[in-house]
Write a protein that binds this ligand. Structure first.
Ligand code: NI
Length: 274
């Protein structure tokens, strides 16, 4: 065994093909859970890379690491730290079996034109991680287009109800974007929550082993609870999309226009000084 296994420079071939029943389940319910999307070895390697990114505050100065659920002032511990585009700071996150399988499955679910559309990492600290309130991902994005996207959520340790596994409202992907607002109505907070009275009683929780994954559409309502466990809950998320469909109805997402976050201020300062 070499001292350090080099990461592969070429993307591995996918090893998973969804059954017709799995594709049908996703199209009906707007989500799908798989017990394994990569190998235990790759999970262990990714977890080390991931922990290093958070331990070194990767992306903080650029505005690409920020608190999803708090006001994110300097020196204040983040309730729910998130890194957008972590592979910018860790090229070892490229060329994974996780991504190869996620892309192949995304093409089964969205169509052959589906391609990688971004990655992010959400770290829920032990015994302190805030819930990620119910939301639709498309509510964060460009209101002028239908996103035609899905997200793949892989935990780097077991994900349970206690530490904040994913929960979904089956069939909720079939509706338009519901009104959202910044969490708690505080425009300093990046994270969104529903700003409407929605029946959430039919939620389906998806506990997973480390290296399992859930898939959900950009319109599926989803939630993760607080992390009540003694260890951090790490999730590494990949997004895939087919080309978006322009809208002609002048749709707007006023909740994003109102936001004034510290992370966005850091991003602007970094881009003007570059
Ligand atoms: Ni989400």
């Amino acid at each position: 065994m070499p001292e350090q296994m080099p990461h592969s420079q070429t993307t591995p071939s996918p090893t998973i093909v969804l059954s017709d029943a799995q594709v049908a389940f996703y199209l009906k319910n707007g989500y799908l859970a798989l017990d394994a999307i990569t190998t235990p070895d790759e999970v262990a390697r990714l977890r080390a890379v991931y922990d290093h990114l958070f331990a070194t505050n990767a992306g903080r100065e650029d505005g690409n690491q920020f608190d999803l659920a708090g006001t994110d002032e300097e020196g204040k511990p983040a309730a729910l730290p998130q890194i957008l585009g972590p592979r910018r700071y860790a090229p070892e996150l490229n060329h994974t079996l996780y991504e190869a399988n996620a892309l192949a499955i995304a093409r089964q679910l969205l169509g052959a034109e589906a391609n990688f559309a971004g990655d992010h990492a959400i770290f829920k600290p032990a015994r302190s991680g805030a819930p990620t309130p119910w939301h639709q991902d498309e509510a964060y994005w460009n209101p002028e287009v239908d996103a035609n996207a899905l997200s793949v959520w892989m935990p780097l340790q077991e994900a349970t109800l206690e530490n904040g596994c994913m929960q979904f409202i089956p069939g909720s992907q079939k509706q338009e974007i519901i009104p959202h607002r910044s969490i708690g109505g505080d425009v300093r907070v990046h994270g969104l929550e529903l700003d409407a009275d929605i029946d959430l009683s039919g939620a389906a929780a998806c506990p997973l082993p480390a290296g399992g994954a859930t898939f959900h559409s950009s319109r599926t309502l989803h939630f993760t609870g607080a992390n009540l466990s003694a260890v951090p809950r790490r999730a590494y998320i990949l997004a895939f999309a087919v080309p978006p469909t322009p809208r002609t109805d002048g749709r707007r997402f006023p909740w994003n226009e109102k936001k004034q976050t510290a992370g966005e201020a850091r991003r602007k300062a970094a881009s003007t000084s570059a």
